[in-house]
Design a protein around this ligand. Sequence first.
Ligand code: PMP
Ligand code: GLU
Length: 398
Amino acid sequence: MNEVSPRLAALSVSATLAMSQKSSELKAQGVDVINMSVGEPDFTTPEHIKQAAKKAIDDNYSFYSPAAGFPELRKAIAAKLKRENNLDYTFNQIVVSTGGKQAVCNTILSIVGPGDEVIVPAPFWVSYVEMVKLAEGKNVIIKAGINQDFKITAAQLEEAITDKTKALILCSPSNPTGSVYSHEELKALADVIAKHPHMYVISDEIYEHINYIGKHETIAQFAEIRDQVVVVNGCSKGYAMTGWRIGWIAAPEWIAKACIKLQGQYTSGTCSVAQKAAETAYTGDQSCVETMRRAFERRRDLIYGLMKEIPGLQINKPKDAFYVFPKCSSFFGKKTPDGKTIATSDDLAMYLLEHGHVATVGGTAFGAPEYIRLSYATSDENIARAVERIKKALGELK
Ligand code: PMP
Ligand code: GLU
């Protein structure tokens, strides 16, 4: 009775969305919670993009779009890949989906079958391993802690590859760590991947534009693995368009075709009006991207400067995205003022929410239980208040 399928039963709830929901519930009860759990820009969508959507409504973009997305948008994305990344893709290698999330999931479901191994460097974004489970694949986790700036080495990758390896999921710039692979580091990984033509790389680059080291580097630039790479990207982060639900892949044509077939059966093309807005995002004035990036960089400096002074936390300086991922395991085993023991980072996140009124996400769902994630995509004032509260709450653990 009332039993979901084994496939669903095995799936975890999204920890990022769950924590954000909890924070909203407390807020609704009148508690002054600072939400640093979910990762989404606090900026509103730039005006010219909103105007394009309004025009699309008036122009009656109210019908189904092709399952792969409007050709104009796919061409605009191919042009963006050439302009910004010097990558050559034809528009039929681009598939537009309902957010980066669906783009990643489509790709996994298209290439991963039962028993296939998928290498996922940890810390990882929460949804990757769950999507692999949905595809009945096997997650092979490679650990990369703060001492290696959360990045795997070529030797670690080589060691993890077997005959059953189907894919590596690489996230650079990274959620949740804020780390970024350099050109040389990506080249070293590419050299390993080139030796194993049976495997693919799903390269999640959704934080491309929120980058504090200058140029974005993509693993797709290395010609020797070109046919093994699927680039995932979208409008959510760089253009402050999380709710519009526009993501996409650039892939070998056979993978693009598989994703089109898949989404043709379970979502169809994504929202037509949002696609027209996305077309303007890619073809219009890009200065909004830089304005938001600068604000994130200022906030990165602010939060890093404040948090590195908190006793008991170990923190690296993020180079991109809008997350800090401090190590917090020195607090494990300590007691809260009401006598509860902090055993895990999830306990710590719950304590910070209930006691300090700051919503964060414990590291377990990111495959890194000794850490905790905070999103600093919020105002300078909120950042300063939140860190003060965290410092006070941590100081009360005995
Ligand atoms: N990949 C990563 C690493 C992300 O952080 C997110 C944001 N949740 C996504 C993909 C999905 O993005 P979207 O909101 O466009 O579905
Ligand atoms: N990327 C965001 C995060 O990691 C959005 C939430 C989600 O889609 O999981 O918080």
